[in-house]
Design a binder for this molecule. Structure first.
Ligand code: JHZ
Length: 398
């Protein structure tokens, strides 16, 4: 049984950037974002999820290639996995705009991407792309054309799929006997430790831990045997999973990290209740800071129209009352309004100039990349605001 520990209020779909029109903006879909903990399998998940068919459409906004950090991270991980597992055939579930698969020989990779606009990009580059949702039906269809798969990779995707049993069963069907599944998603312990409550939004149905993944894959005759922390998206975890009776032995780092999760209390509802208390404090602190700056007539904007910031802005009710606009490099976000709060999104070239006093880091996960890029802003007295790991002002380069 899932027990609710956090209520982030009424929220729109995190990537439903609103088109500007002369007429009144049409009514948006809102749902109550509540998070719960399941004591049986340790899964932390949304109490209720949204229908994936309204989320993963041909208008999907996120482009993984948009950041240098991500392009480099995916290239590194592709090379590492190729060296470690020497796969003859690899598959990626959730290939987005091809940022990972582009590091592979086109004959040796299969891509799965249900968002038609994204699948179009990799298809046009001649990658073998299935523009469909991942499930057992698709797994069987693929097996009619391809041999069994040695390496399956999926970053920031499995945590988005409500039906985990169907997902892992389908993976078990296509995985070769020596095959390995590697999934990467934001890591629960980091989310709790760094108070990054904005990792919860409609797409993040789950935030995984070793405790939960190890339990969930068991139901699909799979076994978690290794894991590796990664810096991406503010702190993620790679989970290495094989068939139940595969040769892979549980690694020492897996055993160590599992222990650290128990010591930290990821198996206790109390840990999540304490987190919920800290989230409420964070909201109060952020609003107080923005109010104080506004009273001093400071110009505040936001940097990065992230899905995460949809959660922050709608939970804290931060809109045009505090922020003049949001800057983002993604072309198809520019000219639109943020979901729910309707803050205009413009390009950094247009909006990140000397008139800005403070910039809230909507893309706090790229803090290093952004601060490095925007040295001049800080040098001339501009300041960043972040809420992770606590509400604070960043006015130094390091
Ligand atoms: P980004 C997305 O989350 C959605 P988001 C998704 N659900 C998910 O799981 C995670 O990614 C992994 C912009 N930017 O992806 C680009 C600049 O403007 O980190 C992006 O719009 N200038 C799939 O949306 C946004 O910030 C820059 O210099 O919460 C970053 O979004 C940089 C570095 C980024 O998180």
């Amino acid at each position: 049984m899932k027990k609710k520990f956090l209520d982030l209020g009424m929220q729109p779909i995190a990537n439903s950037f609103v088109k500007k029109t002369k007429k009144k903006v049409k009514k948006e879909f809102f749902y109550n974002l509540k998070i719960g903990y399941n004591e049986k399998n340790h899964l932390v998940s949304l109490m209720k999820h949204v229908n994936p068919k309204i989320q993963y459409t041909d208008k999907y906004a996120h482009r993984a290639s948009e950041s240098k950090t991500m392009r480099e991270a995916f290239q590194k991980v592709a090379n590492k996995l190729k060296n470690r597992f020497k796969p003859s055939l690899t598959m990626e579930i959730g290939s987005n705009d091809g940022v990972f698969i582009k590091n592979f020989d086109k004959k040796k990779i299969v891509a799965i991407e249900p968002c038609k606009n994204l699948a179009k990009i990799t298809k046009s580059k001649n990658f073998n792309t299935y523009a469909e949702f991942w499930n057992r039906k698709l797994a069987k269809k693929i097996l009619k054309k391809e041999k069994k798969i040695d390496l399956i990779f999926s970053a920031n995707t499995i945590s988005h799929i409500p039906d985990l049993k169907e997902t892992f069963d389908a993976i078990e069907i296509v995985l070769s006997s020596k095959g390995v599944l590697v999934i990467e998603d934001p890591y629960l312990k980091t989310v709790i430790k760094s108070n990054s409550y904005d990792q919860f939004y409609d797409e993040h149905v789950y935030v995984f831990s070793l405790l939960s993944i190890s339990k969930v894959v068991e139901d699909s005759k799979l076994r978690l045997f290794d894991c590796e922390k990664s810096e991406t998206h503010g702190g993620s975890m790679k989970y290495f999973i094989c068939k139940k009776n595969s040769k892979y032995k549980n690694t020492i780092r897996y055993k160590k990290l599992m222990k650290s999760e128990i010591n930290f209390g990821l198996n206790k509802l109390k840990t999540y209740k304490n987190f919920s208390f800290r989230v409420k404090q964070s909201k109060i602190k952020l609003i107080n800071l923005l109010k104080k700056l506004k009273n001093k007539n400071k110009k505040i904007i936001s940097y990065g129209a992230t899905y995460k910031s949809t959660t922050v802005f709608n939970y804290c009710k931060v809109g045009k009352n505090y922020l003049d606009y949001v800057v983002d490099t993604t072309k198809n976000k520019q000219g639109k309004l943020t979901p729910g709060q309707h803050i205009p999104i413009i390009s950094p070239e247009k909006g990140f100039n000397s008139s800005v006093d403070y910039a809230f880091l909507g893309a706090w996960n790229f803090k290093k990349e952004i601060i490095n890029k925007e040295k001049e802003f800080i040098k001339r007295g501009g300041k960043f605001i972040t809420h992770v790991p606590k509400v604070m002002i960043i006015d130094k380069l390091k």
